[in-house]
Every structure is written in structure tokens, then in C-alpha cells.
Design a binder for this molecule. Structure first.
Ligand code: NAI
Length: 387
């Protein structure tokens, strides 16, 4: 039987989730308190589907079916028969808590309630509800139809049977599903932090400019985009906010300390592509700066960033944020890393990042460079993540 899925919030994420659910044969309600948001969501989906028809990715009939599977409404009471509700409204704890409380009184007891939050605690969102066993995080990535990864986040109280049910629904939507602990940034937004912050640190220290750092990560690491290109693409406000959320949520662990440079860009409205300027200038007449393609410098940059990324992945495993395989899957399918970081670490040899981190720690005295105890343990035992 096809599921009735309701999405609350007709913004970027809610619209994407609705498109995916409807494309996979589900009946979908999209609820938003703003009429304008509902209209935008509907017309945006119409144009996305027209483009897919033009490109012959789907036919006219499929496009019609997808549209007819979705109902956009501002009347939340209409969703009472839902099997699964996914909340994708504004990232604000009090507003989300209020919504969950309201949902509890609308849907039946066997309806699963999920939040798409990126930075809030799922447990805190669920705290106002009476029936907490059916509440979990289901964290999609933007753009939802293109990004395969979904992080599922149970709380201490979530019913295991419901997790199995949700995994099967999401796999039916051709998603790659991983399970993450209810901790700041879950897997991807936590483990990926050093990609940006170490790149910013290297720049701050005057070692290389943005273009050179981006070139080094693509050339030596095989990343599709360099850190500065990616931050400009994501939006510096969103990226800064994600770093700050992880930093605050980890009791200000120095490893996640936000960069002053990034904050300055946000304060000045230099948000990246969407504002026309960030680390790079996106105006028509702008000339893209050329990297200094010095191989030794490039390798030095790559080694430093990858050591920090491996350390963050090791630390996530050490803190039981997720399993080894889920950490690696999350990074390859959530942010398109060329390899899973733990597998990559084994390939490089674990003593390499440990030596790199020790050197950086000695030179700078900065606690951000303290190696994860798990990494040190494996090196001492002459072991690897996958052995
Ligand atoms: P958005 O700003 O594009 O859309 C939010 C929508 O929620 C708006 O249309 C707004 O009118 C509606 N809304 C706000 N309060 C509401 C309420 N009480 N009842 C009904 N509708 C309400 O936001 P976006 O980017 O789609 O994010 C939504 C959620 O997804 C947030 O929790 C965000 O942290 C999370 N998220 C966002 C990602 C992204 O890249 N944008 C990635 C993964 C998660």
C-alpha cells in the first residue's frame, strides 16, 4: 500500500522531499502557513518537472502523476490520515516544539513524526510530546532529489520497529540511509567541518590563497569542489551557522571553532554565489584568480586538511555517532567525497595523519590538532579501521 506522506514547510527542503515522495508513488500533502510559499513551491515543482520532460528524464504522464500526487494546503488538519509526517519548517526549537505538539493532536497514534532539522536536538524537539516513541530525525540533503543520503536519527525513546519501517520507505525512494546519534551536526555536518575550517586556517596563516587551496584539494584529493568554492555554493551564512551549531553543541570543542574570516563575510553580506560575491567574485566581468600550482605546497595543503577530516571521522566513530560503514557512506553520498574517510585513512596509513596532527599541535599549541584517541590506539596496535 502506498504511504500518505505529509511535509510541513513548503520551502527548499519541504518541496524537495515532496517531489521525491510523489515521484515514488506516495500521496503527499505539503503544508505551509504562508500562501505565498505554497504557490512558489507548486510553481517551482511545475517548472522542474517541465525541465525533466524536456530532457526526456521523465515523460508527460509521469510529470502529471507526480503533480496530481501532491496537494498543497495551509490547513494542517487535512493531514490527519498520514502515515509519516516530515517537518521542514524554520530552524527554531520553540516553533518546532509547538508544531510537534499540534501534530500529536491531529494524526493517529501510529503515524511517524519526523524532523528534518540540521542543527537542533531531535530529543528536544520531541520533548513537548506525550508519545515520543514515534519521533525521529530524518535529515535530507539539498537538493533533495539529487542527494542520495538521508541520515535517520533516533532518540533514546524511538521505537526500533519504526526505524526499520522508515528505512524501508526511504530505500524505496532510492535513498542511501545511515543512522546517526542525536548529536550536533549528526554525521555529515560534523565530520565535514574541517574541510572548511582547516582551509580557512591555512589561508589565515598566509600559506596559500583561496584559489590555491581549492586547486590543491581537487588536484591531490579528487574533491569535486574546493572548500572555498563549496562554501560560496552552500552560502557562507548557512555554512557559518552549521559550524557555530556544532561548536556550541560540543561545548565549544576547539576543533569546531568558527573562523573570524567567515563571520566577517557573513556580517558584510558576502554570502557566496547567491549574493554575487563571497570568497570569489561572481559578477560577469570578474576574473577568476589563478592558483599557484606548486606541487609541494599543494600536497602540504591536502595532507593537512585530510588529516583533520580523518581525525573528525575517527572521533565520530569513537563517540559512537555512527558505525564505520555509515560514516563512510555519509561522506560519499551526502557531500560527494571521492572516498569514505576511514577507508581513505587506511589507504594513506594511519600514522601519516597522526604524525601530521602531532606536528601541527606542537607548532601551534592549538587544541584543535589533538588526535582522536581511537586514531592513536589503532596506530599503537598497528591496526586499521577496516581490519
Ligand atoms: P525554507 O526557509 O526554505 O522553508 C521553510 C518554510 O517553512 C517556509 O516556507 C515557511 O513559510 C514555513 N514555515 C515556517 N514556520 C511554519 C509553521 N509553523 N508552520 C508551517 N510552515 C511554516 O527552509 P529550508 O531551507 O527548507 O529548511 C527547512 C528545515 O530543513 C530547517 O529545519 C533546516 O534546518 C532544514 N534543512 C535545511 C537544509 C538546506 O540546505 N536548506 C538541509 C537540511 C536540512
Amino acid at each position: 500500500m502506498n504511504q500518505l506522506i505529509s511535509v510541513i514547510g513548503a520551502g527548499t527542503m519541504g518541496s524537495g522531499i515532496a517531489q521525491v515522495a510523489a515521484s515514488n508513488g506516495c500521496e503527499v500533502f505539503v503544508v505551509d502557513s504562508s500562501q505565498q510559499a505554497l504557490e512558489n513551491s507548486q510553481s517551482k515543482l511545475q517548472s522542474i518537472l517541465s525541465r525533466l520532460v524536456e530532457k526526456e528524464k521523465i515523460d508527460e504522464n509521469k510529470a502529471k502523476t507526480i503533480l496530481s500526487n501532491i496537494k498543497w494546503t495551509d490547513k494542517i488538519d487535512e493531514i490527519s490520515k498520514s502515515n509519516l509526517v516530515i517537518e521542514a519548517i524554520i530552524e527554531n526549537l520553540e516553533i518546532k516544539k509547538k508544531l510537534f505538539l499540534q501534530l500529536e493532536s491531529i494524526v493517529s497514534e501510529d503515524c511517524i513524526l519526523a524532523t528534518n532539522t540540521s542543527s537542533l536536538s531531535v530529543e528536544k524537539i520531541a520533548s513537548a510530546c506525550k508519545l515520543k516513541t514515534r519521533i525521529m530525525g530524518i535529515h535530507f540533503f539539498n537538493p533533495v532529489p539529487l542527494m542520495k543520503l538521508v541520515e535517520v536519527i533516533p532518540t533514546e525513546e524511538t521505537d526500533g520497529e519504526l526505524l526499520i519501517k522508515v528505512n524501508s520507505i526511504l530505500e524505496g525512494w532510492d535513498k542511501s540511509v545511515v543512522t546517526a546519534k542525536d548529536t550536533p551536526g549528526f554525521i555529515v555536518n560534523r565530520v565535514a567541518r574541517p574541510f572548511y575550517s582547516e582551509a580557512l586556517k591555512i589561508y589565515e596563516e598566509g600559506i596559500a590563497d583561496f584559489a590555491t587551496i581549492d586547486w590543491a584539494m581537487k588536484e591531490f584529493g579528487g574533491f569535486r569542489m574546493g572548500p572555498f568554492e563549496l562554501m560560496d555554493y552552500i552560502g557562507n551564512d548557512i555554512n557559518y551557522f552549521a559550524t557555530k551549531a556544532v561548536y556550541d553543541g560540543t561545548n565549544q570543542d576547539p576543533r569546531y571553532k568558527p573562523s573570524i574570516i567567515q563571520k566577517k563575510l557573513v556580517d558584510e553580506g558576502l554570502l557566496g554565489r547567491k549574493s554575487g560575491k563571497g570568497y570569489y567574485d561572481y559578477s560577469e566581468k570578474a576574473v577568476k584568480p589563478k592558483p599557484n600550482q606548486d606541487g609541494i605546497l599543494g600536497e602540504e595543503i591536502f595532507n593537512r586538511v585530510i588529516a583533520m577530516l580523518i581525525n573528525a571521522a575517527a572521533d565520530a566513530l569513537n563517540g559512537s555517532i555512527a558505525t564505520r560503514d555509515d560514516i563512510d557512506t555519509a561522506m560519499t553520498t551526502g557531500v560527494n567525497y571521492p572516498k569514505g574517510l576511514l577507508k581513505w585513512a587506511d589507504e594513506i596509513g594511519l600514522d601519516s595523519p597522526v604524525t601530521q596532527l602531532k606536528e601541527l599541535h606542537t607548532q601551534s599549541g592549538d587544541e584543535r590538532y589533538v588526535a582522536s584517541p581511537l586514531l592513536i590506539k589503532l596506530v599503537n596496535e598497528n591496526s586499521t579501521f577496516y581490519s
